[in-house]
Design a protein. Structure first.
Length: 78
């Protein structure tokens, strides 16, 4: 798993061998969430404030997210 960003008590990671759409995983002491570049969110316990902060970061850094996705999910580039 590739750590992409660390927030205040939470972090964003990218997993390899994942399914589309392009998404990241937000890990927080209270739960975890998957957030896709298209804005879809699957949340199990992450506070809404953290989700909002993560979405802002993901949106502002979509190029980083896409590049990491390509690296982690394309066997030719690993």
């Amino acid at each position: 798993m590739g750590k992409i960003y660390t927030g205040n008590g939470w972090l964003i990671k990218m997993h390899g061998n994942e399914h589309p759409p392009i998404h990241v995983h937000v890990l927080h002491p209270h739960g975890k969430a998957a957030i896709a570049l298209d804005g879809e969110v699957h949340n199990t316990g992450v506070p809404i404030k953290v989700i909002a902060e993560a979405v802002v970061w993901i949106t502002a850094n979509s190029g980083i997210v896409e590049a990491e996705w390509e690296k982690m999910n394309n066997p030719r580039k690993r």
